[in-house]
Design a binder for this molecule. Structure first.
Ligand SMILES: [Mn+2]
Length: 408
């Protein structure tokens, strides 16, 4: 049996895009749709038995009709090709308040053939050309669906995360126990995992107190494969297999922070053993060019050389340079523009200005949580010390609102 697993389509990301006059759509939207189309093409050409989509179809829970039409058209192609497809709801597809619908539910309501949607944890028995596949589905664990308002109020962010982690682990093991031994099973989940490496643009999510599952809660022996969504960086959390626990990653690059990441999807063959293949999508390239021109005679040439050394063709480019005021006046911007003419888009050419340090800074590292970092900062500033408790309280409030609204 062959499975195509992908996740995090994020239809609706338009950052660094511009209007495409031919279609009237944003060029970044078109990039993501091109990658989605590529994945659907692959599913049809390779005649996979089933497609598993691990959540975050859209970038937010109220996608415009345009976004829904674009995503829906690709799902329709899978449906028409007779390829059963399972969609689960990610945090971005999930309405903030309990009781409201996810945009993915439309496929279920309309009864689109071959499309299955899981809004809640459930096992879906999918009939494929190669037999039945049991798909244990764990959509994003939404706190407003799992905990009452009173419970949330009485707990700290850490306690809430711990509680939800427990609920999810129990939920996965109870689904695993109820599976039949007569057909293969997989887990399809939209969730963070403790040993996952976040994509470049997801630093805030890493520092947040969102629930994260242990590898042991995911890699249960009943599953032949664990298909994950949520984290944008492709990775196998259990490379020794038995089972592979895989984030297929987002289908395109979301920002410069994902510049050096491969983007794509997974094709998994389940027979006596399990074979995992990662295939790249035609994702948009991002290129950052850093140039230090101090001490150089010809700053313009230095800029042009730095551009020529990199492949900027069809890429989204940003340039960060440093120079003296005197050098700045001599730069021939027409010539620089010429060197960049093959780029898809140049989003910034920014001079880095070094500011002299007035007093020693508080040491804040990426390993700290947002709250720890804020506390360190406050303690470093004598004038803020009295406000510490209040500031921390507001920051926690802000952080939890942000997590609820977006997360990854
Ligand atoms: Mn997500």
């Amino acid at each position: 049996m062959r499975i195509l697993h992908f996740a995090d389509a994020h239809i609706g990301i338009e950052t660094h895009g511009k209007l495409d006059p031919a279609s009237g759509l944003n060029t970044r939207l078109l990039d993501f749709v091109r990658c989605l189309e590529y994945i659907v093409d692959a599913a049809i050409e390779r005649q996979v038995d089933v497609v598993l989509f691990a959540g975050d179809a859209y970038d937010y829970a109220n996608p415009t009709p345009t976004y829904q039409k674009l995503f829906g058209a690709q799902m329709k192609r899978l449906s028409d090709a007779g390829i059963p497809t399972v969609l689960i709801v990610g945090n971005h597809d999930m309405p903030v308040s309990y009781g409201k619908a996810s945009p993915l539910e439309l496929f279920g309501v309309l009864g689109v053939p071959n499309i299955h949607v899981a809004v809640k944890p459930q096992v879906i028995n999918v009939t494929t050309r190669s037999g039945v596949l049991q798909v244990a589905c764990l959509p994003y664990p939404n706190r407003s669906a799992l905990l009452t308002r009173e419970e949330v109020r009485a707990m700290s962010e850490e306690e809430i995360a711990k509680r939800i982690e427990g609920i999810c682990s129990d939920c996965i093991s109870s689904m695993a126990e109820r599976l039949s031994h007569d057909a293969p099973s997989v887990l399809l989940a939209h969730v963070a995992a403790w040993n996952a490496v976040y994509a470049g643009s997801e630093r805030t999510a890493e520092l947040s107190t969102e629930p994260k599952l242990m590898l042991s809660a995911l890699a249960m022996p009943q599953f032949k494969y664990v298909a994950l969504g949520h984290i944008h960086k492709y990775q196998d959390l259990n490379p020794s297999g038995a089972p592979h626990v895989v984030y297929s990653g987002s289908i395109d690059r979301c920002d410069f922070a994902e510049e050096n990441e491969q983007k794509g999807f997974c094709v998994v063959s389940i027979a006596d053993g399990v074979e995992l293949e990662f295939l790249e999508t035609p994702a948009r390239r991002f290129v950052t060019i850093d140039v230090n021109m101090h001490g150089l005679k010809n700053p313009t040439q230095a800029l042009i050389n730095a551009i020529m050394e990199r492949n900027v063709k069809d890429a989204i480019v940003r340039i960060r340079y440093s120079c003296t005021d005197e050098q700045q006046t001599t730069i021939d911007w027409k010539a620089v523009e010429q060197a960049l003419s093959g780029a898809f888009r140049v989003v910034s050419v920014a001079r880095q200005v070094e500011k002299p340090l007035q007093r020693p800074q508080a040491v804040i590292t990426e390993q700290m949580s947002t709250i720890e970092a804020l506390r360190r900062y406050i303690r470093h500033k004598s004038e803020l010390k009295e406000l510490e408790d209040e500031l921390i309280r507001y920051a926690q409030q802000l952080e939890s609102e942000l997590i609820r609204e977006s997360a990854t």
